[in-house]
Design a protein around this ligand. Structure first.
Ligand SMILES: [Zn+2]
Length: 294
């Protein structure tokens, strides 16, 4: 970069200083620099931060950390034992979201922080790891003033280009981080809301190519309920309707209902009353007013 005057030099020096400070301190949670990416110096400083995007590595910790660090593909990586690794400085752009769109804005890398979590998109993560993710997410939310609905998973924002299977731009390119949309997991992360709908689909910019993913992101599919428990009934009003309630034990009710069902069989007993009612009906067309007069 060529600096044309002293003001530019001062400004860039201040930006560099703030980056160093932000990378070294500020973060309230413990993070290791062991896998800090060599790509850091070449990455632009991000202009804005509107989303926190959660990923799953789909690979073991060591290979994931090496790859993420070499390529500068996320800001933080959280391993199964709850260790947090800083990869790309949080104020710079990391290449974590690929082809992506959110609310009409493409290239989510430009306005988001990416957290890679060692594990799989459809498997339970250890509580130590979940707690570390929670602490990190809370810290970043507070730092960038992001509400719970701004914490999304990669599959929320990734989209696919037209291809021979889907001849249109489509959501459902990948299921990365899918479990982080499930209410039981979000509860563990201290998140009470999630994106209510896919604004890009609603606007017709994208079409859905993975109905199951759609049900996980915005519907009631929650395969982690057994592991993390169902969300409480009252504190999360937006999420509870999406949860299928855990088997309700209705022990006293069957005793009450049981005798009511056989009544249908005994219904053959009072046919007389019905016959009486039916008989006048056809003749009643002309003489109806007189009978009513009685
Ligand atoms: Zn991902």
């Amino acid at each position: 970069m060529i600096f044309r005057n002293g003001r530019d030099v001062r400004r860039s020096a201040l930006a560099a200083l703030s980056l160093v400070l932000s990378a070294a301190t500020a973060l309230g949670v413990d993070a290791s620099n062991r896998y800090r990416s060599p790509r850091n110096p070449e990455r632009r400083v991000r202009a804005t931060t509107e989303l926190i995007v959660l990923h799953t590595t789909e690979a073991p910790a060591r290979s994931s950390l090496n790859k993420l660090s070499d390529r500068g593909e996320c800001h933080f990586c959280v391993t199964e034992d709850g260790s947090i690794y800083r990869i790309v400085d949080r104020d710079r752009e990391a290449f974590h979201a690929g082809r992506s769109m959110w609310n009409g804005k493409e290239d989510v890398d430009k306005f988001s922080i990416g957290i890679e979590c060692v594990g799989h998109h459809d498997k339970v993560m250890p509580l130590a790891q979940v707690r570390a993710i929670r602490a990190l997410v809370k810290e970043l939310q507070s730092m960038y003033r992001l509400g719970d609905h701004r914490v999304v998973c990669h599959s929320h924002v990734a989209y696919g280009a037209p291809n021979k299977w889907h001849r249109y731009k489509h959501r459902g390119r990948k299921r990365c981080g899918m479990l982080f949309a499930m209410p039981s997991v979000r509860r563990q992360l201290g998140l009470t809301t999630r994106p209510a709908s896919d604004l890009d689909q609603r606007a017709g910019r994208l079409r859905q190519a993975d109905p199951y993913l759609q049900k996980v992101l915005y519907g009631s599919v929650d395969t982690m309920v057994r592991a993390y428990g169902a969300p409480p009934a009252s504190p999360a009003p937006k999420l509870t309707p999406r949860i299928t309630p855990p088997q309700k034990k209705a022990s006293p009710k069957p005793a009450v209902r049981a005798p009511t069902t056989p009544v249908k069989k005994t219904a053959a007993a009072p046919p007389v009353k019905k016959a009486v009612k039916k008989a006048p009906a056809p003749a009643a067309k002309k003489t109806a007013p007189k009978k009513k007069a009685r």
